[in-house]
Design a binder for this molecule. Structure first.
Ligand code: HEC
Length: 228
């Protein structure tokens, strides 16, 4: 009898210790928690991390959903958390942070691609240490004087160009310069894919960009999609 009691307590202790070391992962949902103002000390997944991963890692032939190299998909929050390579609060124990800070053959993105800049690595480190949340922020949206070079090109570069450039762009759609972007805008299809309207697929595939950025593209398109 006593033997069984001791054994039970021992088992419970082992179990308890084991559970204690399991990191508490954030609930992997693709709906971000949106703050109305951007705190300069917070790294936001949607604003800062996702565009960086989409252009450097979730590219065709690497960690997009189709290729899923080594089983790793980095196109959206839920997939990123499902890799179990992000330990919320602990960048040093997070495989994703380890591989981007590695030197030599183990580094990601691998040669001959350039590695991430130190500013980009720091963003990822800080995001993980702040809890690897699915967060976003929106500053007051300024819709006056929306221009192609200052407003539209950066939005497209950040959210689309990684998958829509090179010799084999996704969906056979290239979005790398004014002509390509304005042609899509003037057809009305750019706004359709941004809002998944009129039967168009959602672009980017990972989910809607911010309302402010969609509004900027709408204002610019309605004014004639000029090269301004
Ligand atoms: C992570 C990769 C990825 C990103 C980022 C991305 N796309 Fe796509 N896009 C795709 C893929 C894959 C397809 C082809 C599959 C499809 O049509 O659903 C596609 C297809 C398209 C098409 C053609 C759709 C059709 O009906 O044939 C358009 C237009 C488009 N994308 C625009 C955009 C725009 C604009 C952005 C940025 C706001 C964007 N994409 C961001 C992967 C991406």
């Amino acid at each position: 009898m006593r033997y069984i009691q001791i054994l039970t307590i021992a088992l419970l202790l082992i179990l308890f210790n084991y559970c204690k070391h399991e990191p508490i992962l954030p609930e992997p949902t693709n709906d971000p928690e949106i703050s109305v103002n951007c705190d300069p000390d917070t790294v936001y997944f949607v604003n800062d991390i996702l565009p960086l991963l989409n252009s450097n890692c979730a590219t065709s032939g690497c960690h997009d959903a189709q290729t899923a190299k080594d089983g790793v998909i980095l196109t959206d929050y839920a997939s990123i958390i499902h890799t179990r390579d992000v330990k919320a609060g602990d960048p040093q124990d997070s495989e994703i942070y380890e591989v981007i800070t590695e030197t030599g053959d183990d580094r990601m993105p691998p040669e001959p691609n350039a590695g991430l800049s130190s500013a980009q690595k720091e963003l990822i480190r800080k995001w993980i240490s702040q809890g690897a949340k699915n967060n976003a922020c929106e500053d007051d949206c300024n819709l006056t004087n929306v221009g192609f070079a200052a407003d539209i090109m950066p939005i497209i570069n950040t959210n689309c160009t990684a998958c829509h450039s090179g010799s084999t762009p996704n969906g056979n759609v290239r979005l790398t310069n004014y002509t390509e972007i304005s042609t899509l805008a003037q057809s009305g299809y750019l706004l359709d894919v941004l809002t998944a309207s009129n039967g168009a697929p959602q672009m980017p595939t990972s989910g809607r960009i911010s309302d402010c950025n969609i509004d900027k593209i709408r204002v610019w398109t309605e004014a004639g999609a000029l090269d301004n």
